[in-house]
Design a protein around this ligand. Sequence first.
Ligand code: EPU
Length: 441
Amino acid sequence: MFLDVLCCNMTQTFRIKGLGGKKILSGELSPHGAKNAVLKVLAATALFSESIEISNIPDIEDVNSMILLLEKSGFFIKRLGARRLVCQPPRKTAARINTDIAKKLRASIVLTGPFLSRYGKISFPHPGGCVIGERPIDLFLSAFQKMGARVSRNKDYYTINAPKNGLRGANIFFENISVTATETLMLAAILARGETILSNCAMEPEIKYLAEFLNSCGARITGAGTPTICVIGGELLRNTKNIVYKTPPDRIETGSFLILGALCARDVTIKNCIPEHAASTIAILERMGVSLNIGKNYIKITNDFSGKGKKHFLATGVKTHEYPGFPTDLQALMTVFLTQASGEALVFETIFEGRLNYIELLNRMGARITSMDQHRILVKGPTPLRGRKLESPDLRAGLAYVIAALVAKGTSFIHNANYIDRGYEKIDERLREIGADIERV
Ligand code: EPU
């Protein structure tokens, strides 16, 4: 396992032959299980008295890192095939999170909640992950203090100790809406004494899905998926009904495929997805003139531009927002889309202050994007793009470059493709299946 992760870490490059604006890809794509769902359920296994089975696991680097992190903390993990595993938490753990792995993975912070409430102590470094802004953890630390924990910090590590008789329930108001803070505190509250009320919570569907699974194993959580979550603490969870957690389809992959399809495909069907979870992206694309046929679990994109690129989509302003608003994780991809739309549009990144650093390389490809400030850019389109040598700055911007390279005329090389592998499973193979000329070199 460890060797696999090391190998994935070697720098990878995608070579992509662009379509020169032609919309000719065709076929089917299916999102795999959601990265940001499975990482959290893996962390939540620490709350169980017995082993838990998880299915529909995407084969991506972030999941491998989380598994390794758990194994290093004494969890027993057995693979049951490509997309399924069983995870058994230890009775005791050293409760020190491995630095090298945690520094690569933002989701490592989610371990703090279940570890603290079950094992009473945790030491961990500042979590890593994509460099898209400051990514502080103040909300977590102040919430744990409200639950009675003591927080200390030295140069490399935070250490948090729960009171001797365990965390106590508390009223916690999150001053910022944070996905991982909502999940972490919801998990911490499950074994705390008494009632915890979390306000101004993130409402991502992965949170609701996780709560429903935990409730079926004895947790008492209400309100997940709304701004106020109430948790009544209790004993270790038990999966008496042998329920297998099935990872829901990745809504960010669904949105990515929608944007890719609208730009590059004659017709593409995204199968096995939950269209409702991509509602904000669908609304924007339809407003811009993309033709979508939406079923219960599929979305079909049809472009009737005859591959000649005569007609263009209409530019529209885009503002990222917490779910159910337009996701920050699709912001860079939408910018690429706007370079091909007719008119001027403002892209307003409201969540992270470092998530617009990909525009310089898009401009080198021929885009006309002006930076207004740390959070806003102006995109003028349509502009033809040319193939270039690019370097993926993070996971999502990396996929935005893949899409830009497919739209462009000529060949592009995208270095640091392993960033993309962190969240999109074998994207090169999947895009080849719908006709893209993309190779890993
Ligand atoms: N924030 C604070 N203090 C905190 C925590 C967050 O001020 O203690 C602020 C952040 O600085 C940011 C805002 O709150 O301005 C929202 O950040 P959030 O905590 O929601 O982000 P996250 O939980 O670290 C998750 C996803 C991200 C996704 C964001 C927003 C995981 C592992 N990561 O990050 O996913 O962009 O929510 O939806 O769930 C990705 O998949 O590529 C990715 C980056």
